[in-house]
Write a protein that binds this ligand. Structure first.
Ligand SMILES: [Zn+2]
Length: 72
């Protein structure tokens, strides 16, 4: 079974990320682990960076695309 956050929980997590706060799990309030996926070795990695948020307690995870420095 792969546990996932429901839509409302995902929104709560992303709201924290977008507010520049370290995300915490809405279920157990544990600080979530952030991992960057790919991007590093590719020149294109800057425009679109994918991040993987994992709760170490309930093991739920969430993948999202973070746009950085795309302002022209
Ligand atoms: Zn959790």
């Amino acid at each position: 079974m792969s546990a996932q956050f429901d839509a409302e929980e995902q929104r709560a997590i992303l709201a924290q990320v977008h507010a520049g706060q370290p995300p915490t799990c809405p279920r157990d309030a544990a600080p979530m682990t952030t991992r960057s996926i790919g991007g590093g070795s590719f020149g294109l990695g800057y425009a679109r960076r994918r991040e993987w948020l994992i709760c170490p307690v309930c093991k739920r995870s969430l993948i999202f695309d973070r746009k950085r420095g795309t302002r022209t």
